[in-house]
Structures are given as structure tokens and as C-alpha cells.
Design a protein around this ligand. Structure first.
Ligand code: MGD
Ligand code: MGD
Ligand code: SF4
Ligand code: MO
Length: 729
């Protein structure tokens, strides 16, 4: 696909989305002229790439959201999902007022209450927990912009546990693996220099379906410029379709392939000698370690022809250092994920791509001072075991460990605040635990925009307004060029919804923590911060996004002396930290569990038109893709008597059964696995469109393979059988 095709397709989808009259959505079919709309800057929150753009409001309704032309995250174009932002505002299921539980936990029976009553209830419970157990026994789960305000509130209160699914269910293994190797994290947006890559290796990363906007544009740009793409995926993904090589790997054996590639690169002397000598520690150990991992050995594990393994290794070396072995983003797959990420990091080090054009650049953000408030109280820190589950390389709090520490005989945590994360659909293998936690906790608050499944466990549900109706912190993301972007309210909050900053401030004052909220309106904080860097809120309201000059170089200069933030000051091929902890200092391959007879491995990924489960009820995106389908290879479909369009239920190895989902028979997947886009199969009664549409992968993940280094939950350890429902549609 050419870049302009991408623009046209995403633009066309967006236009269709913004103008189509939908039942229950109420979007006017008449397209207003640009001059009729009031335009204000925004930052998209439909996913966490956070593109900067503009909200166009006409007649008191948002009629479109467009990209900011100067934005490095979006190149001025929003993706399909971002363009459907007005649907988030117009979602008929939106929460409208605070709710207090009436029925039992797990039942969605609530009584609408005033903000005063809801906040009074929460403040009273928080004070009681602090008095009886200590404030450190309150945990924050968070994913999304407004979580920062609750983090600030809870730190002022004395609670420091802060767990996000973006660590233990997403990027954690990769960030830990790269930190152990290079001494630095990859961040978001990833510091990958893909636009300049000459060779791109994608291990699973399904760019194009994974629609992180700027990244997909860089990927397309690189392909247009002739980059060679090698995609490793058991499924013929969109990225595979754009690749020179597609390696349909046996699921769970990527580490064997990575070791064999390393074997070839080291054995044939294809690595960057000067770079490795100058910057790397442990080449001798690595050379010894990979000796046995020949392409022939890897063939038996991965099913990939040894000649293809050799050819692709040489292809990577030919283009180095402009070869990017992409670190991926969602990498909690099989439990050996930190080690697999280490193997990816090692390969990049050998190719000399870290700190070089076409590999990884050094990102920079704006040094933006925090608004002055008193230091947080030095209260007792939460028990590290409770927060991080005792995982030696957990660099952040571990969602599943915090959940575990909230159940059982003597639960550690007494209160939860859950902001913008739908725990039952995002954290596998916790359903029973969530029920138990909701019964045992003294306080369970959910802050959300819609009645997602997680709200069913809460005592109090607080309705946040959508991103189009609020201020949030400035977007200050590490990038090639530093920039600040403003999100401001394009409309007043609808119904009785409120922004997170307001909720946190109100609670702060009720808890006697007013010193941490010495402002009336968050706009004052933004203006103060902007003044410190030579701008102002007024300027940002006008320009939306402001770029700042870089202070350091984005790449190493030839021969530059670099001290890496690792114990040896070098890139650690052989990890001294892992060795010291008695763990494998070089990645060791463990074959995946065999698929039981008659079963298929369940794999999953992203649908381009949706973000997880959060957009299922967006009427515009629902129209584009109302449900997911189950990808099944003809060789797996035939003996089961399945045809495309037929509905099946999936049943996993432990008897968990999904909602019905339509089969898509396709040769684009290996015969030993089936594929579902994540985020469908909602059961929450309030989600009028999404409820019952398609099947949910999380409910089928009753087993996880926990990463022993950082606690991530490997989710690809589940197997399913298929049960036909009725005749082909
Ligand atoms: N449209 C859209 N885009 C998104 C998101 C979204 O919700 N919607 N979410 C964003 C977020 S938070 C994240 S973390 C990223 C995730 O996106 P990625 O980091 O790209 O996620 P992966 O898990 O690598 O991608 C799933 C792919 O892995 C393949 N796969 C399955 N098993 C194996 C295996 O054993 N080996 C290999 N090599 N491949 C395998 C699947 O077939 C599928 O193509 O996407 C981001 N982009
Ligand atoms: N089975 C399975 N599990 C997964 C994954 C998978 O592919 N398969 N992917 C994993 C990955 S990579 C990630 S990053 C996580 C993502 O995990 P989550 O972030 O939990 O993903 P969502 O399901 O989108 O839940 C987001 C919640 O935030 C709410 N929300 C949306 N906008 C706002 C807002 O503006 N304010 C507030 N307060 N709430 C809002 C939504 O209504 C929804 O309830 O999931 C992980 N879990
Ligand atoms: S990638 Fe799409 S959904 Fe995500 S922030 Fe950008 S425009 Fe919004
Ligand atoms: Mo993620």
C-alpha cells in the first residue's frame, strides 16, 4: 500500500464514520463547512499513541476530529479510530452520573447519587483505611491520561502502589530486557528509527493491524523507500503481506529462531566488529552460548527452513546498522518473554543498530517543571512483595501481583482505585479473584466513561467526561524532536460527568490534602508550566502543539565514547545483573508446551478499527467492525466440518466457553492455531452495542505463563476446541 493510499483509506473511513447517520448515534448527515465549526486543540485518547489534533464542534456537537499537521506522532493524519472520536462523545452507553452499589458485587445494581454523596463516601472509606490499616494499603490501577491525577492524590495520601496493564500485560518484558542490555527503556512512542530503516524485522509485531499511527506511517514510508521486511508470525498478517520474507513460525519458538540468527551472525562474522568491540560486553560468552544453536537445530523447533534462517540473517547484516529488529510492544506471550526480548536486544547490538540511523535514536522530551506542591509524605511504603510479587526484575508494580495481594486469607490491600482499565478483560486468569477482592476490599472505586465489565465489581462508579471535554496533563512524549501538545475541552462535560483532575482535587480537599491541590482549575497549572518554558496556555490554545529544539544528538557520532547505564557501562550481551541474581545471563530456550490432541493454540492480536475493548460501543467504530471473527486454517476447519460464516463457541482446556463467533476459514494462519482480535465478546449489560458481539479471548485464558523475571502474564498458553452452532449463515 502506498502512503497516499493509506491517507485516502483512513480519510475515507473517517469521513464515512463522521457523517454517517447511525441509529442511536444522532450524528447529523449534513456536513458542516469548516468555517462553521469551532476548532480547538486536542490530544486523541482513543489509544495510547496520543496523536495531537483538533476537535471541530458544530451546533454543540463534535462533528470531526482531525490531525495536527505539525505532530510527530501522527504526521497530521489520525487513524480510523482517532477519526471516530465524536463517537466516544456520542456513545449511547456513556456513564452519566456517579453510582453507588446496591446489589452484591458482580451484579450491576447501582443507585445514582450526587457527586457530593459519592465523594463523601470515598473520602470516609479512605480515611478509615488510613486509620485502621495504613494508607499504603490502597492500590491504584491505571491506564490513561487522567490516572496521573489519582496517582498524585494517592501519593499525597500516602499510597504508592501504582499498577498498569501496560507493564505486566504488555511492554514490561521488552522494557526490562532492553534495560538489562542497553541500560535504557524503549518508551512510547518507541525510539525505533523505522523511517530510515533499510531492513525491518518484525517478530509478531503486526504493524498495520497494530495501528499506532506514526509508526505505521514510518513503516509504509520505509517500504516505499525499498526497505526489506522480514516478518515472523504464525499468521499472514498485514505486515507479512508487505514483507520480502514471511516466516510462519511454530508459535512459541521465536527464541529458537533468534538464537539461530545470532549463531549465523556470530559464526559468519557478520556483526559490526568495531561497534561490538567498542560498546559490548560478553561477546566471548555469547559466541560459546550460541554455538549449538544451528539453523538445522532451529528448524526442528520453529519449522523454518535452515536456508531461510541463514538468508534472513545475512539480509539483516547486509543492511546494518540500518536494520531494526523491532522490539514489539505487547510481548507477554509465553512466560520467557524477558529473555526473548533480551535475545532481540542482543541481535540489535550485534548489528550495531542502537544509537544509529535506521535503528534506535535517542529520544528527548521537554524539561517541563512540575507545579510546586509540598513533597509527598514519607509514610510507610507498601510491601514490595505485595506490589511486585517478589519478581526480581519487576521495574514497576505488577497488576496481577497486586490482585493476588488483595485476596486470600489475609489480604494486604484494603482499597482500590481503578482508573481507565477494564480489569476482567485486560488481566487474564483473574475473574474469581476480582469477585473475591470486591467482597473483601473496604473500598473499590472505578473511574470510567462507560459501564465496562469492571464497573460491576465496584462500590462506587465515577463517570469521567471524555477526552473531548477536558484538560489533561500536557503531552510531553519522548520523541525525535521534543514537543508539547495541549488537550483542552472542546465541549462542556456532558451529563454529570467530570474530568479526572476535578475528581482528584475534590477528594484531595475532603481528605485534608488541599496543599497538594492549591489551584481552582487545572488550566492554572497548565499555564504556570507553560510559562516556565516560554509559552502560555493562551498560546497553546491557539497553536495546539509546540516544538522545542533538541539539546543532545539523536545518534552516536562515529567512534563516540558512550557509557551505558549498565553495571559494566557497556551493552551487556552477557547480563551481569542476571548472572548476579543466579538467573540465565544469556537467553535460554525452553520449547513451548505441546498442543494437546484435538486442540488448537489460541492466539490473538489487534483489530485496526478498534482499541482493545474500549471502542466496542463507539457507534462509529461499531458500524465499521461490529464483531471479531475466528481465523481457522482450511486443514483445521475441514475435519471439524466448519465453513466461513458459521458460528462456533470456543472451549478451552479448562472448560471455559466463549460467546459464539463467526469462523473465517483462511490459509493466512497456520493449521495448529486459531486467531481472534482482542477486545470483543463484552458481557456488561450497559454496553448496548458491544454486548454479545463476537468472542472474548481473555475469558479463555484461564492459564498464564508467568515471567519469572518481571511477573508478566504470558497469555498464549491456552488451547481450544471448537463447538459448531447451527448451519453456515
Ligand atoms: N488498532 C489497534 N492498534 C493498537 C492497539 C489496539 O488496541 N488497536 N493496541 C496498541 C497496544 S497497547 C499494543 S501493546 C500493540 C500490540 O501490538 P504488537 O506489539 O504488534 O502485538 P503482538 O502481540 O506482537 O501482535 C500480535 C501478532 O502476533 C502474532 N503471534 C501470535 N503468536 C505468535 C508467536 O508465537 N510468534 C510470533 N512471532 N508471532 C505470534 C499474531 O498472529 C499477531 O499477528 O498494539 C497497539 N496498537
Ligand atoms: N486477552 C488479552 N488481554 C490483554 C491484551 C490482549 O491482547 N488480549 N492486551 C494487553 C495490552 S497490550 C494492554 S496495553 C492492556 C490494555 O488494557 P486496558 O487499558 O484495561 O484496556 P481496555 O479494555 O481498553 O480498558 C480501558 C477502560 O478504560 C475506559 N476508558 C476509555 N476512555 C476513558 C477515559 O477517557 N477515562 C476513563 N476514566 N476511562 C476510560 C474504557 O471504558 C475501559 O473500561 O490489555 C492487555 N490485556
Ligand atoms: S493512533 Fe489513532 S487512536 Fe491512537 S492516538 Fe493516534 S489517532 Fe488516536
Ligand atoms: Mo499494550
Amino acid at each position: 500500500m502506498k502512503r497516499r493510499d493509506f491517507i485516502r483509506i483512513s480519510g475515507a473511513a473517517g469521513l464515512g464514520a463522521a457523517t454517517g447517520a447511525l441509529p442511536g448515534c444522532g450524528v447529523e448527515p449534513r456536513v458542516p463547512r469548516d468555517s462553521e465549526a469551532v476548532v480547538t486543540p486536542t490530544v486523541c485518547e482513543v489509544c495510547f499513541w496520543r496523536c495531537a489534533g483538533y476537535a471541530h464542534v458544530h451546533d454543540g456537537r463534535p462533528w470531526k476530529v482531525s490531525g495536527h499537521p505539525d505532530d510527530p506522532h501522527s504526521g497530521g493524519r489520525l487513524c480510523t479510530r482517532g477519526t471516530a472520536g465524536p463517537g466516544a462523545w456520542d456513545d449511547p452507553s456513556r456513564l452519566r452520573q456517579p453510582l453507588l452499589r446496591e446489589g452484591k458485587p458482580g451484579q450491576q445494581r447501582f443507585r445514582p447519587v450526587s457527586w457530593d454523596e459519592a465523594l463523601g463516601y470515598i473520602a470516609e472509606r479512605l480515611q478509615r483505611i488510613a486509620r485502621e490499616h495504613g494508607p499504603e494499603r490502597v492500590a491504584l490501577f491505571s491506564h490513561g491520561s487522567g490516572g496521573a491525577f489519582f496517582r498524585h492524590l494517592l501519593r499525597a495520601y500516602g499510597a504508592d502502589t501504582y499498577a498498569a496493564p501496560s507493564f505486566a500485560q504488555c511492554r514490561g518484558p521488552r522494557d526490562v530486557g532492553f534495560r538489562l542490555t542497553f541500560g535504557e527503556l524503549l518508551g512510547s512512542p518507541e525510539r525505533t528509527d523505522m523511517a530510515r530503516s533499510r531492513c525491518i524485522v518484525l517478530i509478531g509485531s503486526h504493524l498495520g493491524e497494530n495501528l499506532h499511527n506514526g509508526q505505521v506511517q514510518d513503516f509504509i514510508g520505509a517500504i516505499e523507500a525499498g526497505a526489506s521486511v522480514i516478518t515472523v508470525d504464525p499468521r499472514f498478517s498485514v505486515a507479512a503481506a508487505k514483507s520480502r520474507y514471511w516466516l510462519p513460525i511454530r508459535p512459541g519458538t521465536d527464541l529458537a529462531l533468534l538464537l539461530a540468527w545470532t549463531h549465523v551472525i556470530v559464526g559468519e562474522g557478520l556483526y559490526d566488529r568495531d561497534y561490538v568491540q567498542r560498546y559490548c560486553h560478553g561477546l566471548a560468552e555469547l559466541t560459546r552460548h550460541v554455538e549449538p544453536f544451528t539453523p538445522e537445530w532451529a528448524w526442528l523447533e520453529t519449522g523454518i527452513d535452515p536456508q531461510v534462517i541463514r538468508e534472513t540473517a545475512r539480509e539483516m547484516a547486509r543492511h546494518a546498522p540500518a536494520t531494526l529488529v523491532h522490539p514489539g510492544r505487547h510481548v507477554t506471550w509465553y512466560g520467557d518473554d524477558t529473555q526473548r526480548s533480551r535475545a532481540i536486544a542482543i541481535l540489535n547490538a550485534l548489528l550495531g543498530s542502537w544509537g544509529r540511523p535506521g535503528g534506535f535514536y535517542a529520544p528527548e522530551k521537554v524539561s517541563l517543571p512540575e507545579y510546586p506542591t509540598p513533597p509527598y509524605p514519607k509514610s510507610k511504603a507498601a510491601d514490595l512483595q505485595a506490589r511486585r510479587g517478589g519478581f526480581p526484575f519487576a521495574d514497576a508494580d505488577v497488576t496481577n501481583a497486586v490482585i493476588d495481594a488483595s485476596v486470600g486469607e489475609r489480604p494486604y490491600y484494603r482499597g482500590w482505585i481503578v482508573y481507565g482499565t477494564n480489569l476482567p478483560l485486560s488481566i487474564p486468569a483473574v475473574t474469581g479473584k476480582l469477585e473475591e477482592a470486591s467482597q473483601k476490599l473496604d473500598l473499590f472505586v472505578v473511574v470510567d466513561v462507560q459501564p465496562a465489565e469492571v464497573t460491576g465489581y465496584a462500590d462506587v462508579v465515577l463517570p469521567e467526561c471524555t477526552y473531548l471535554e477536558r484538560y489533561d496533563e500536557l503531552r510531553n512524549a519522548p520523541e525525535r524532536e521534543p514537543s508539547l501538545a495541549l488537550r483542552m475541552p472542546a465541549l462542556a462535560p456532558r451529563y454529570e460527568t467530570k474530568p479526572a483532575w476535578w475528581i482528584a482535587r475534590e477528594l484531595g480537599h475532603r481528605l485534608g490534602l488541599g496543599a497538594w491541590f492549591p489551584w481552582q482549575d487545572y488550566a492554572e497549572v497548565l499555564d504556570w508550566q507553560l510559562q516556565q518554558v516560554g509559552s502560555s496556555l493562551a498560546e497553546m490554545q491557539r497553536v495546539g502543539l509546540k516544538r522545542f529544539p533538541r539539546k543532545t544528538a539523536a545518534y552516536f557520532t562515529p567512534g563516540q565514547a558512550v557509557r551505558f547505564r549498565t553495571p559494566t557501562g557497556k551493552i551487556e550481551l552477557h547480563s551481569t545483573e542476571l548472572a548476579k541474581a543466579g538467573l540465565d545471563p544469556l537467553p535460554r530456550y525452553t520449547p513451548p508446551e505441546e498442543t494437546p490432541a484435538g486442540f488448537l493454540r489460541l492466539v490473538y492480536g489487534r483489530a485496526p478499527a478498534h482499541t482493545f475493548g474500549r471502542t466496542g460501543n463507539n457507534p462509529l467504530l461499531f458500524q465499521l467492525m461490529p464483531e471479531n471473527t475466528l481465523w481457522v486454517h482450511p486443514d483445521a476447519a475441514r475435519p471439524r466440518g466448519l465453513a466461513s460464516g458459521q458460528r462456533v463457541r470456543l472451549k478451552n482446556q479448562d472448560g471455559a466457553v466463549s460467546l459464539p463467533v463467526r469462523v473465517r476459514v483462511t490459509e493466512r494462519i497456520r493449521p495448529d492455531c486459531v486467531y481472534l482480535a482482542h477486545g470483543f465478546g463484552h458481557t456488561a449489560p450497559g454496553l448496548n452495542l458491544a454486548r454479545g458481539a463476537g468472542a472474548d479471548d481473555t475469558g479463555l485464558m484461564t492459564r498464564v505463563k508467568v515471567d519469572p523475571l518481571m511477573g508478566g502474564t504470558g497469555m498464549r498458553a491456552n488451547f481450544v476446541t471448537l463447538m459448531a452452532e447451527g448451519k453456515p449463515a
